[in-house]
Design a protein. Sequence first.
Length: 359
Amino acid sequence: MLWVAVAAVVVAVVAVVWSMRRADNAVRLAVANAPMRPAVKDEEAERALAHVTEQAERLSRGEAVVHGNVAARAAVESLERVAVKVQQMTDARAHIVATQRDLDRARAMYRSILPLSSVASHGRLHVAGSCTPAAETGGDWWTYRRLSGGRVLVVVGDATGHGVYSAMIGCAAHGAVEALSQVGEERLTPTSVLRAINAAIRIPGADQASMTCFAALFDPRGTLDFANASHMLPLLASTDETGAVTNVSALTTAAAVDRIDDSEVIVADIREGSQALARGDIVVLFTDGLTDRRDKAGRAFGHRRLQLAVQKATSPGGHAGIAGVREAVLADVNAFADGTPPDDDVTLVVCSLDRVRAG
């Protein structure tokens, strides 16, 4: 910035002029007090001072200095060093501005892949999600797709780490789900979704990215088909007629599907599973950032506390009821952390099957 450069140069000039004036006055005083010596006008000092002033003005215009006066060489070299420092500061500031601009773009892109609405309904199925990155951007993401027959596809992913690189991996994974959904619903099986994500984020020659992922296909007739690539297994909660949770357990998977290829992007083994859903059942999907959330003593929230938080929740039904479960769980997590900032992204997605059939 020009004003910074001018200010720095002016300060340097003032210091140099002041020091040279003092030296000049000292010389004049010594000459005046010296007996039997005639006073001699110091024209060389005047020329040196004029040269330094001229070079300061050149630097303020962004021009290079000219070394034309031996007496002023040290002062001019000092001015040059000031100019170099000012230029370095200007360049650093420009780099910071460019980096901030790129970060803003990455943040906007990351936020664009998250659902516009954190609560959605499709027939008897309801979804409420929350995703909070630990940094400006994160590696956690989630999405859902409304399908024919009242079905809903829900996908939750967690790229290693958090920040811009992890966010870009998450954007690529989300793009794979989006692209596959445009091909046709018949292709949107949980396993095919994970395979598409694996293909999308595997970049030959680049640093290997790592992502865990869980894809679930909810059918309002009472079934849940899912595929898991080393992700945290969701919780299944049963409710009574009032919506109070009566039991909480983890979903279980069957044997692993054959290895896709030699990639280590998504964990090689994809495990499939199927679960019967009763009316009022709640499925809780989350990333490890939630269970790893720490309190001031360094203790993790953990799976047991998560189960207890779900156990305490009540869902009378509908999207408002499922949003209430989400908020209740997050409130317990935040109360446990007691102001301790998260060191990982935190994602929670709660899904439910209405107890009453839509009429």
